[in-house]
Design a protein around this ligand. Structure first.
Ligand code: KG4
Ligand code: ZN
Length: 333
C-alpha cells in the first residue's frame, strides 16, 4: 500500500510544505520571509504573521507540484518544536485543522531530529550507527544516530550556535540577516589572514560566544586605526571568521569520531550549506577513511521535506498524536 504524507514546517522564519510518497520527496516548497533582513534578525511577531499569510499558498503549491489530489494524503506531519512559539503555533494549528477536515491522522516531528533525517530524503543514505554534526541557527550538536527514530545528543554548544556565530558576526560587519550565506560568498574572495582564538572546551562541547566577543574587540581596535578597515578588508575578515568556525567544528568532529569509533559521518542543518565546511569534511573523510554524508542544499536549511521523512518513519511505527497536541518552544525529543 502506498503512503502519502503532507508535512508542514514553521519553526522559525521559513514556511514550508512538502509531499512525500513511500519515502520519496515529490515536492518541497519553501517561502522565505524577507522582512527580517531589515531588523538584522528574526522578529518573532513578524515571523508569525508572515507564516499566516504564506501557509495556505505554500501547502497548495506543494500539493500541486507533487501532482496529487489532497484526498490521497494519508497523514499530516508537522514540526511541534523546538522553535519560536508564535511561528510553531501557525503550523500546528493549520496541520490540526487540515487533518480534521480530511479525516486523517497527525504526526508530531521534532525539528532537530528531522534535520538529521534529511539524510534519508535522497540517496546516498548513511548506515546505522552514524554520527551527525547538526549545525543550525539555533543548535550545534553531535547526534549519535542508532536508528531512524533512535538518536542521542552526545555533545552540544554551551552558548551560541554555529549559525548564530555567522549571523552575529555579519551584524558586526554590517551585513544583512541571515549573514551565513553572505559570509560564505565573500570568504571565497578572501584569505584567512586574521587569527581568532579557538576556545578550549572540554569533551564534545562547543562555545561560540567568546569568538563573537573577540571579533567585536578586534574590529573595534582596527577601526580606531583605520575607520574604513571593514570596507577595505571584508573578504579577508569573512574568510578568517569562517576558517575559525569551521576549524572549531572539525576539530571537535575528529574527537567525536575517535571517541565513538564511528566512521559514518554526516553533517546537517543550515550551516552545512557552507562551502568551506563541506569541502573540509570531504577532505577529512579522505584523510581519516570516513564515509561522509552532506545533504543537498535544499535539505540543509529549514524545509518540510525533512519533516516528511521523519513523519514517514513515525507513520510506519504508528506514532500518531491527537487534536490536543500543542507546540513546544523547547523540546529535547
Ligand atoms: O537550519 P536552519 O535553516 O534554521 C535553523 O533551524 O536554525 O539554519 C539557519 C542558519 C543561519 O544561521 C544561517 O546563517 C546559516 O544557517 N547558514 C549558513 C549558510 N547557509 C545558511 N551559514 C554559513 N554558510 C552558509 N552557506
Ligand atoms: Zn532548522
Amino acid at each position: 500500500m502506498s503512503i502519502t504524507i503532507l508535512s508542514i514546517e514553521s519553526s522559525c522564519d521559513d514556511t514550508s510544505a512538502a509531499i512525500l510518497r513511500d519515502g520519496e520527496v515529490l515536492s518541497n516548497c519553501v517561502a522565505n520571509q524577507d522582512a527580517h533582513r531589515l531588523y538584522g534578525g528574526v522578529v518573532p511577531e513578524v515571523a508569525s504573521r508572515a507564516h499566516q499569510i504564506n501557509i495556505i499558498p505554500v501547502v497548495s503549491l506543494a500539493i500541486q507540484k507533487a501532482g496529487i489530489d489532497k484526498r490521497e494524503i494519508d497523514a499530516i506531519a508537522f514540526t511541534r518544536g523546538p522553535g519560536l512559539i508564535g511561528s510553531l503555533l501557525v503550523g500546528v494549528s493549520f496541520a490540526k485543522a487540515y487533518a480534521l477536515s480530511l479525516g486523517i491522522p497527525l504526526i508530531e516531528v521534532n525539528h532537530m531530529q528531522a534535520h538529521v533525517l534529511a539524510h534519508f530524503a535522497e540517496p546516498p543514505y548513511p548506515s546505522f550507527p552514524f554520527l551527525c554534526l547538526t549545525v543550525s541557527g539555533g543548535h550545534t550538536q553531535f547526534v549519535l544516530v542508532r536508528d531512524y527514530l533512535d538518536m542521542e545528543v552526545i555533545g552540544q554548544s554551551l552558548d551560541d550556535a554555529a549559525g548564530e556565530a555567522f549571523d552575529k558576526t555579519g551584524k558586526l560587519l554590517g551585513l544583512d540577516y541571515p549573514a551565513g550565506p553572505l559570509i560564505d560568498k565573500l570568504a571565497q574572495q578572501g584569505q584567512p589572514i586574521f587569527d581568532f582564538p579557538e576556545p578550549q572546551i572540554p569533551g564534545l562541547g562547543f562555545s561560540f560566544s567568546g569568538l563573537k566577543t573577540s571579533i567585536l574587540y578586534f574590529l573595534r581596535q582596527e577601526k580606531e586605526k583605520n575607520p574604513y578597515f571593514i570596507e577595505e578588508n571584508l573578504p579577508d575578515i569573512c574568510a578568517s571568521v569562517q576558517e575559525r568556525i569551521v576549524s572549531i567544528l572539525m576539530n571537535k568532529l575528529i574527537r567525536a569520531a575517535e571517541q565513538t569509533g564511528i566512521r559514518e559521518i554526516a553533517i546537517a542543518g543550515g550551516v552545512s550549506a557552507n562551502s568551506a565546511l563541506r569541502a573540509r569534511l570531504e577532505q577529512l573523510g579522505r584523510e581519516k577513511g570516513w564515509r561522509t554524508y552532506i545533504p543537498s542544499f535544499e535539505f540543509c536549511t529549514d524545509n518540510a521535506g525533512m519533516i516528511a521523512v521523519a513523519g514517514y518513519y513515525k507513520y510506519l511505527k504508528g506514532e500518531f498524536v491527537g487534536q490536543e497536541v500543542e507546540p513546544l518552544a523547547r523540546w529535547k525529543g
